[in-house]
Ligand binder design. Sequence first.
Ligand SMILES: [Zn+2]
Ligand SMILES: [Zn+2]
Length: 289
Amino acid sequence: MTNDTAKILEKLKKQEKEEGKLPLLLEFYKKLLQIQSRAQQRFGTPALALSHETIQKRLQNGRPLLRFNDLDLDWSLVQDVFAGVAAAFAGYPQLFGEIPEKLRKPEGGRLLTKKAAEAWFTGKELPRKIRDGVGENILQAMIQATLQPFLAGYARALIDSVEQESWRRRYCPICGGSPDLSFLEKEHGARWLVCSRCDSEWAFQRLQCPYCGNQDQKTLAFFTDDKELYRLYVCEQCKCYLKAVDLRKSEPEILLPLERFYTLDLDAQAREYGYGPYLKPVAGTEKKP
Ligand SMILES: [Zn+2]
Ligand SMILES: [Zn+2]
């Protein structure tokens, strides 16, 4: 995952060259990636002093490794990135509607206060100052895009401490985010989830809904395309869906974050069947059986 951003940018540039122009959403995504890649470079590799004991204790208790207070961020950099991200969204009203002026102004970056970021990180209601007059989903997406390069930096530093076989929970072992994509790994076809916030990957049961925990096989299903490259997992209990890429069938150099955009047909299909995406950025703590 280290050089994913650079690789994705390269692939998009190649596609743009071949096709003359990128589809609008990918053009937007390319701009976003450029902002995120600059943020990543300025941020560098975070130093996080978590002792071996703390790591073990958090994981054993089912707690993600990163707490908000562990994040050591240069807030003026974060706010700069937020201003850039908001401008990128504002450049595509065809995709996102009109972005309110308070966010389009360069000083709009300051609306993403530490308090607002903490509320987002922990899944609480955002402060009124940033939330008022802005669509909830768009705002969530903007904050997510802003914090992604920072969280992904921490994720790279921490993911090797996670013992995959003993985690297997419905939320990310690094940041606690919920998954928005999955893949079946090459060797045995085991299912792995991908975090919607930091792009960490973790192993998860194939026959369980990662959103509501449902394990009743009669109410879980999946659809595949003709080439069986993609799967659409659906759950009758919570009516949510999850897309999956089958790496046993895909080309070797697949870039998962980009697959989110290459599989928009699947999202449309899921909606047609009456399923929706899971919209909470922070998955709930697992209920005790
Ligand atoms: Zn995460
Ligand atoms: Zn479910």
